[in-house]
Design a protein around this ligand. Structure first.
Ligand code: FES
Length: 136
């Protein structure tokens, strides 16, 4: 299977299934998945925090790099904040806001996610699209 080239994604894209709701325990390991952001490969993550699923691009505001300590491990030891593994920037999981460290006053780029019927879906946008695989 080959990833589609940027621009191959159709204009109207349906919600994309990520996982079952019960695969995202409260403040547990996040699910990381591949997307195309402005046509370039990137990664996003979804986790459950205070009962709600939240998703962001896996990219720190300090230096544009992935933040997890190990695949899907974003939270600090107290499971309270998203903590960048590189220089320790801390983010509020509920809204992605920088709350400490070298991430300034910005927010992580959010990805729209919803739960429906016990499943978690993400909603592509004009800028963040699914990676399309062909069947050949
Ligand atoms: S790259 Fe995340 S804190 Fe520096």
């Amino acid at each position: 299977m080959n990833p589609a080239l940027p621009g191959d994604a159709p204009e109207a894209v349906e919600p994309q299934r990520l996982c079952r709701s019960d695969e995202l325990p409260e403040r547990g390991r996040a699910l990381v998945w591949d997307v195309l952001e402005y046509g370039r490969p990137a990664r996003a993550f979804v986790m459950r925090f205070e009962g709600r699923v939240v998703a962001y691009m896996n990219r720190c505001l300090h230096v544009p790099t992935e933040m997890d300590w190990q695949e899907g491990e974003f939270l600090d030891m107290d499971r309270r904040y998203i903590l960048c593994s590189i220089h320790g920037a801390a983010y509020e999981p509920s809204d992605g806001r920088c709350v400490g460290g070298p991430c300034g006053r910005g927010k992580l780029a959010a990805v729209t996610v919803r739960e429906e019927g016990g499943e978690v879906y993400w909603y592509p946008s004009r800028d963040i699209r699914p990676v399309v695989f062909d069947a050949t």
